[in-house]
Design a binder for this molecule. Structure first.
Ligand code: ASP
Length: 332
């Protein structure tokens, strides 16, 4: 039997209503496991209660803590299952893809939209699927397993706030799906001979600016003292309002020339940015040092910037790290 480490971080899957009726994580990993007794026949499971958090409260320091638990236990286990709230699960999954590179063991995140104690919960199915995937011969990489889908960490997004089919694989095929309880695998493990590498530094000073029509350019100087990178979520395939003489263009120019990173992306969920199509895009694309998200998810863009800036504060080096694809996070 494969040896799997089950790491609990909280989330709805571990929630019980508190006295005022609001849900808060309260169940231990042991109590959760007891709700799905068939798991003990699938794997030899050790439990690790890392946090007891609503995932709204999970961020860069929890991501590095999670990566270091996996690093410390890497040799002792065949795979890892992480129980996590759904709200920021896609951020954690993407962050782990950058913190643990050339990974050779399956690492799966799962959770649920309803607590495991609800009569109509999705928790038991998700937990069972996570284990069926992690012990399977097809398992690799860092994935979210949710509602019968196995989705690459770099491609996953929460797309529904209440329904069971809460996650989608954005602009990339699912790695595998479950049909009638059977695992159907589509994507093979990538060939990778490099040894696994763990990183432990992230720079959280990344801001996401969602453009709205008529936005004042003064926002850039207001953000400068606190942030090292900005993601500019434009409209459609991306671009900058105001033209070549506009204030937004000179604000981005000063941002870049101060040694900060700027990534252009889009507010549109699918198909990504392409600054080469329109003039409003080309004025942004032609700025020296500017970066483009293309088909990356917003979660992957933000966490990759944090990782890249964690490795180097030099904008050219960090920009190069950002541009190099990791685990199918963007098409070459
Ligand atoms: N607020 C919860 C969390 O993300 C939602 C969930 O787990 O589904 O922790």
């Amino acid at each position: 039997m494969k040896k799997i480490l089950l790491i609990a971080t909280g989330g709805t899957i571990a929630c019980r209503p508190s006295e005022n009726g609001a849900l808060a994580p309260a169940l231990s990993v042991k109590e959760i496991l007891e709700c799905v007794p068939e798991l003990s026949g699938l794997a030899d499971i050790d439990k690790f209660q890392l946090f007891d958090l609503d995932s709204t409260n999970i961020g860069p320091s929890e991501w590095t803590a999670l990566a270091s638990v996996i690093r410390d236990n890497y040799d002792g286990y065949d795979g890892f299952v992480i129980l996590h709230g759904t709200d920021t699960m896609a951020y954690t999954a993407a962050a782990l893809c950058y913190l643990i590179q050339h990974n050779k063991k399956p690492i799966v995140l799962t959770g649920s939209q309803k607590s495991i104690y609800n009569r109509d919960t999705d928790a038991r199915n998700n937990l069972l699927s996570a284990f069926l995937y992690v012990v399977s011969e097809y398992a690799f990489g860092i994935h979210i397993v949710f509602d019968g889908k196995v989705i690459l960490g770099t491609r996953s997004r929460k797309v529904r706030s209440k329904s069971f089919n809460a996650f989608s694989s954005i602009d990339y095929p699912e790695t595998a799906v479950f049909r009638d309880g059977k695992l159907i695998s589509f994507l093979p493990a990538p060939k990778d001979d490099s040894p696994v590498r763990f990183y432990d530094r992230l720079d959280p000073a990344v801001f996401v600016l969602r453009l709205v029509p008529g936005m004042d350019a003064g926002i850039f100087s207001a953000l400068m003292p606190k942030y090292h990178a900005i993601v500019i979520e434009g409209f459609g395939v991306g671009g900058l309002p105001g033209g070549p003489e506009g204030q937004l263009l000179s604000a981005v120019q000063s941002w870049l020339s101060s040694g900060r990173l700027a990534v252009f992306s889009t507010q549109v969920q699918h198909e990504g940015s392409d600054l080469s199509i329109y003039e409003v895009g080309r004025i942004a694309r032609d700025l020296p040092g500017v970066l483009e998200a293309r088909d990356m998810t917003p979660e992957a863009v933000v966490t990759k910037l944090m990782w890249a800036l964690g490795q180097s504060s030099d904008p050219r080096t960090a920009g190069k790290l950002f541009s190099k694809p990791v685990l199918h996070d963007k098409l070459d």
